[in-house]
Design a binder for this molecule. Structure first.
Ligand code: FE
Length: 340
């Protein structure tokens, strides 16, 4: 005969094992799976997560989509969201995520040590995982003098010689935000107005189209994220294009980031932080940057040979948070200067 007490204990044990089965979680730091909402292209991030699963047994479920839609989704799902991490591109988007209150503060000695200050949120809500440098690319054929700064491209010398991507792309909004912060609004207006006056053609919808226009001789210079030139070079295209690190004598080249943060509603925060930290490990940093020809955030990480060929350079160490905080002003400035 089983005593009542024993029966109760058995019932309790059964209940506990049932709860463990449905949550699939026997240890909060080592769950079966983590969910990542990301606007980074899946092929750039899947190989990393496959490796993580191999190393830890933790499966990563990806929900890919447009950054704004993912932000809205997490916001409306609230406590019920499945998202543990939000990974995206552009400092402006990360800033928005923090502003909407969907990210949690993460105190990680490891992240603080590995990621330079200017590439992470001062309140520890998001962390840069790769650097994206927006700089000048010129067609070197028949070019007597190369521009050296973003400001140079606004001078008369470049009349009808400039191609640009639309200001509706957040990359350009972040670049304009950095100008506002570095040289003040009045000077930034002058620079952007100068660019618009110097355009040889309508603005383009992508950095690649702008590069191809330079390559075809439609214009002599443009401003793009360096990895777009890298992609052309990998395919043996774009060999008549030259990269110029902008503003080396002053602020340094404009730096944007891809990055991520812990979703405030995550029920597996310990494990999610582990994953975030793992993304700054040597192996992950090299792979993360390499896959898209971006620059790692952790110093000393090996970089792609194409990036090596571009040499070292001075970076603008403006905190990435400012790029988000000044985004609205940047959009208004673009409108004021008729930069489409
Ligand atoms: Fe891009």
């Amino acid at each position: 005969m089983i005593s009542r007490v024993k029966l109760r204990i058995m019932q309790k044990l059964l209940l506990i094992s049932f709860l463990l089965a449905i949550t699939g979680c026997s240890d909060k730091s080592n769950p079966e799976s983590l969910v990542v909402y990301t606007s980074r292209q899946p092929q750039l991030i899947e190989p990393l997560f496959e490796q993580y699963t191999k190393e830890t047994g933790i499966k990563i479920v990806l929900l890919s989509g447009d950054a704004q839609q993912l932000l809205e989704r997490i916001n409306s799902e609230g406590e019920t969201t499945a998202a543990d991490l939000f990974i995206t591109v552009d400092a402006g988007v990360l800033w928005q995520a923090a502003e909407k209150g969907i990210l949690a503060q993460v105190d990680s000695e490891l992240l603080d040590r590995r990621i330079p200050n200017y590439l992470r949120d001062p309140d520890n809500q998001w962390f840069g995982l790769s650097k994206r440098l927006r700089t000048i690319v010129v067609n070197d054929i028949g070019l007597i003098e190369s521009p050296e700064t973003y400001e140079d491209l606004s001078s008369e010398k470049w009349k009808n010689r400039l191609c640009l991507r639309t200001s509706q792309k957040v990359y350009n909004q972040s670049l304009i935000a950095s100008l506002i912060s570095n040289i003040g609004e009045d000077q930034a207006i002058k620079v952007v107005r100068g660019w618009v006056n110097n355009l040889s053609t309508k603005v383009f919808s992508s950095d690649t189209l702008a590069l191809k226009a330079v390559q075809a001789g439609q214009c002599d210079a443009t401003i793009v994220n360096s990895y777009y030139l890298g992609r052309l070079l990998v395919d043996d295209e774009g060999t008549n294009l030259n990269l110029v690190w902008a503003n080396q004598g002053s602020t340094g080249v404009h730096v944007n980031i891809s990055g991520g943060g812990l979703v405030r509603y995550s029920k597996k925060s310990e494990a999610a932080i582990n994953l975030l930290e793992w993304l700054t490990s040597e192996w992950a940093q090299e792979k993360y940057a390499y896959l898209n020809l971006e620059y790692p955030v952790v110093q000393g990480t090996k970089i792609h040979p194409i990036l090596e060929s571009w040499g070292s350079f001075k970076e603008d160490d403006l905190n990435a948070k400012l790029l988000g905080a000044l985004q609205r002003d940047a959009v208004l400035l673009a409108r004021k200067t008729n930069y489409d």
